[in-house]
Design a protein around this ligand. Structure first.
Ligand SMILES: C[S@@+](CC[C@H](N)C(=O)[O-])C[C@H]1O[C@@H](n2cnc3c(N)ncnc32)[C@H](O)[C@@H]1O
Length: 320
């Protein structure tokens, strides 16, 4: 547990459980459990639709008094700090006790607190008989504003799926360049921009590109957009996302799917694909290997399943 110095908390509806676990495997190499996860990997909680907070652990102890001693020994002197109690799975502490504990922690540090606009937030929490103290970073809900984007279409993927696709494609690494190969009205590109990724969009349809451009401009985001058949695009990316045509507004069959996947695979070694049918055989023919997968059932007027395929070039998949 010594190098697992980040504690993440998660929140999601039960129908998105598989999606959250896919993201967790791809970013942290392990699944969250009890809606929390300890990891040596540091990621910005705001890149995920599911991560609520990140606690950067400074001290831990089985004994509460010992934890306070450890905090004192850190000699923290900081102006404008605040402290919050982090309620972790299995902790049934009541409000009065939480406030008392936050006071205890506050007295272990020097500086004048600021509860309205803090410069830093410290936190304590209790999980499986161990107390943890550290610096808390909260998820920023700014991306909810995308619900009101100027252009949308009824079968577009939801914002939380779009956000997850960016997290899975990038594996949480903001230095990776990403392409949304079939960007439609830009649902994925918006989430990528909002989280600070270098993401570009491509679509064969001029109207789709114009709508993506207007959606981005509405929020003051900038991204390279290409009105092209993906087969004619020639920039290399660290990863790509494909939300395949569903044969509703744009035509699709195995040949169209195969061409889009094959052309995208020429631009990157890592592709995350969304489909509404089983396309594993088509993926394999394009020289990609499926390394992870999940499906999400969308219930509404018509119930349908979305499959998410994490694929890598055969030559880049390590064989153990
Ligand atoms: C399911 S939609 C993508 C929706 C998108 N995720 C959104 O949120 O708006 C599929 C898109 O693929 C585009 N498309 C189809 N064939 C293409 C090709 N060969 N190259 C690039 N885009 C293509 C279509 O114009 C359509 O906008």
């Amino acid at each position: 547990m010594s190098n697992l110095n980040f504690l993440y908390t998660f929140n999601y509806d039960y129908h998105l459980d598989a999606l959250c676990k896919l993201e967790s495997r791809q970013i942290f190499d392990t699944e969250e459990k009890d809606k929390l996860l300890f990891s040596p990997i540091k990621v910005d909680p705001s890149i995920s639709a599911f991560i609520k907070t990140r606690l950067e652990i400074i001290s831990s102890s089985e004994n509460y008094s010992e934890l306070l001693e450890k905090i004192k020994k850190e000699n923290i002197h900081i102006e404008g700090f605040t402290a919050e109690y982090l309620i972790l799975n299995g902790d049934s502490i009541d409000r009065t006790e939480r406030r008392k504990k936050l006071k205890d922690v506050g007295f272990c540090m020097e500086g004048i607190p600021n509860f309205t606009t803090p410069s830093i937030t410290y936190s304590i929490g209790h999980y499986e008989d161990i107390w943890h103290f550290g610096i808390l970073t909260k998820h920023n809900n700014d991306w909810y504003k995308h619900k009101k984007k100027p252009h949308s279409f009824s079968n577009s993927i939801s914002m939380d799926i779009a956000k997850t696709l960016v997290g899975v494609a990038s594996q949480g690494n903001k230095t990776k360049t990403i392409l949304d190969a079939c960007c439609g009205v830009g649902t994925v590109v918006l989430e990528g921009c909002c989280s600070g990724f270098d993401i570009a969009g491509c679509d064969i349809n001029l109207k789709a590109i114009l709508h993506t451009r207007q959606n981005l401009a509405y929020y003051n985001y900038t991204a390279n957009l290409y009105c092209l058949d993906i087969k004619d695009h020639n920039t290399q990316y660290a990863a790509a996302i494909i939300d395949l045509p569903y044969n509703l507004y744009s035509h699709s069959d195995d040949e169209v799917t195969s061409n889009i996947i094959g052309s995208t695979a020429k631009l990157t070694n890592r592709v995350v694909i969304v489909s509404i049918s089983d396309i594993e055989a088509v993926i394999q023919k394009s020289g990609l290997t499926v390394t992870d997968y999940c499906s999400i059932v969308k219930k509404g007027k018509s119930t349908f399943t979305r499959n998410i395929w994490v694929c890598e070039k055969v030559s880049t998949v390590s064989v153990n």
